[in-house]
Design a protein around this ligand. Structure first.
Ligand code: GAR
Length: 208
């Protein structure tokens, strides 16, 4: 049997997407292992959750540090853990070009809107304020721009007249929790490729 692919998870907060990925692995829905979880914040509940699960959980604080230096330390930890794919799970930092070059087409992110609509902070609030009737979540490859790279998978969520930020965020989050594992599975399978920023399934003729 082929060795399991190794994931490196980066988070800054609650960590529910990390937990959903860990649960998918445990349930056998996702063939992978979590080699390392890194938080840039000491108070991130996701870091504590990773420790409780007995995972290799590391704090690499970013506060007051030059981005490039902090990123270099994170890259070193990810390389030491020999990760195949880096998953940003509520990691609220823009990655430096050196970081992205260290893992070409091997960094993914989840965002709570249908990109390119509503990038950045408070995507759910932005969607409500704009008045869209459908929103959702997006899993995408990471490039140097915020919430911008090639889209791997999206799931839609209707916006209800009765929604506030809390209810809408909760329904989007439910979709995020299945979307992220699905997208990671797709990327790890080697079945998708990126052409001119479009992610599509390889045809069999192209081989793997
Ligand atoms: C999630 O909703 C994720 O999509 C969002 O942060 C939340 C983290 O929740 N990410 C972004 O907005 C990235 N631009 P979690 O810590 O419970 O996974």
């Amino acid at each position: 049997m082929a060795a399991l692919k190794k994931l490196g998870i980066l988070l800054s907060g609650r960590g529910s997407n990390f937990e959903a990925i860990a649960d998918s692995i445990k349930a056998g829905r996702l063939q992978a292992e979590i080699a390392i979880v890194i938080s840039n914040r000491a108070d991130a509940p996701g870091l504590e959750s990773a420790r409780r699960r007995g995972l290799n959980a590391q704090l690499i604080p970013s506060k007051g540090r030059v981005r490039e230096e902090h990123d270099a330390e994170v890259v070193t930890a990810l390389k030491q853990a020999q990760v195949d794919l880096v998953c940003l799970a509520g990691y609220m930092r823009l990655l430096s070009p050196d970081f992205i070059r260290a893992f070409p087409s091997r960094i993914v992110n989840i965002h709570p809107s249908l990109l390119p609509a509503f990038p950045g902070m408070d995507a759910q609030k932005q969607a409500l304020a704009y008045g869209v009737k459908v929103t959702g979540c997006t899993v995408h490859f990471v490039d140097e721009h915020l919430d911008h790279g090639p889209i791997i998978l999206q799931k839609t969520v209707p916006v209800l007249d009765s929604d506030d930020e809390h209810t809408l965020s909760a329904r989007i989050l439910q979709q995020e929790h299945t979307a992220y594992s699905e997208a990671i599975g797709l990327v790890l399978s080697g079945e998708v490729e990126v052409q001119d920023r479009v992610v599509r399934k390889r045809t069999h003729a192209e081989g793997k």
